[in-house]
Design a binder for this molecule. Structure first.
Ligand code: CP
Length: 301
């Protein structure tokens, strides 16, 4: 395994399987995660240049569960306000004795940071529209818990694919596994990179795509990344692309609904389906802590 985790493609199938199995060992049997004082001498810095709830807090809880010291870097009140660059800032913080940085960024900066600072470790907590490796591991753990396998599944991904690092990382990671049928669907204006692309199977009609699916993964409409020239009519979007209980009936009887969150409630997913027993969206959130405990343990060791 590399020193850093920047892209899911850096992990072999064996690495992924081991991280998932390792994460499962952190569950305490009561719906939470064990606390183990394994790394009391390690300091982890969360540096998030974009907003986050799930990833940021699950990394912090995971680090604390492992006995690490944690820093939540407050960018808004930092010397970046006085003109210090991202690279100068991370370098400065590293000099104070940080062992590992957890970074979220709208720009691809992780690889350059890792090259500049070979003595520090970096974990990607979501980078641009390309990469979110720990979300993929969380999604894989959630699928394993319900389907017991990552092979031979029909997986439908619906939504704002163009802006989704979750989808790109997932597609990259799932290519390690066999005999899966992956169907992509969503509003054509939000899937332009996936339509007429030899690598992907895109179907415009959601109802057609959902037939006999094992896994349905809905994605958030990322309003903050959508160009102002792209206008999405929300009522039309809901009529054509909302995953609701009626549509979920088109999938297999034991199909599950996933969403990385945050959900634009009653737009991408109906509220009643979100709260139904088909939804594992809340499990994805809690699984994030165990996966991040596994990732921190492996990469700190
Ligand atoms: N799924 C995810 O990355 O959520 P946050 O933006 O809340 O971290």
């Amino acid at each position: 395994m590399n020193k850093n985790l920047i892209n899911i493609s850096e992990l072999s199938k064996n690495d992924i399987d081991e991280l998932i199995a390792f994460a499962e060992q952190f569950f305490d049997g009561d719906g939470g995660c064990k606390r183990e004082n394994i790394f009391p001498d390690k300091t982890i810095a969360n540096v998030f240049f974009e907003p986050s709830t799930r990833t940021k807090l699950s990394f912090e809880i995971a680090a604390k569960n492992l006995g690490c010291q944690t820093i939540n870097f407050d960018i808004k009140n930092s010397s970046m306000k006085k003109g210090e660059s991202v690279f100068e800032t991370i370098d400065t913080v590293s000099l104070m004795g940080v062992d590992m940085f957890i970074i979220r960024s709208s720009e691809p900066i992780l690889a350059e940071l890792a090259n500049m600072m070979p003595g520090v470790k970096f974990i990607n907590a979501g980078e641009g529209t390309e990469s979110h490796p720990t979300q993929t591991l969380t999604d894989f753990l959630t699928i394993k818990q319900t389907k017991d396998t990552l092979n031979n599944l029909k997986i439908v991904i619906v939504g704002d694919l163009d802006h989704s690092r979750v989808a790109r990382s997932f597609l990259n990671g799932i290519s390690n596994y066999e005999e899966n049928e992956i169907v992509l669907t969503g509003h054509p204006d939000l899937c332009s990179n996936f339509i007429n692309n030899d690598k992907y199977h895109y179907v415009e009609n959601l109802d057609d795509a959902l037939k006999d699916a094992d896994i349905v993964m809905a994605l958030r409409i990322q309003h903050e990344r959508i160009q102002s020239s792209t206008e999405i009519d929300i009522d039309e979007y809901k009529a054509l692309y909302q995953v609701n209980s009626e549509r979920m009936e088109l999938a297999k009887g034991d199909a599950i609904l996933m969403h990385p969150g945050p959900v634009n409630m009653d737009i991408e997913v109906s509220e009643s389906l979100y709260h139904s027993d088909k939804s594992v969206i809340r499990d994805q959130v809690s699984n994030g802590v165990a996966i991040r405990m596994a990732v921190l343990s492996r990469f700190l060791s």
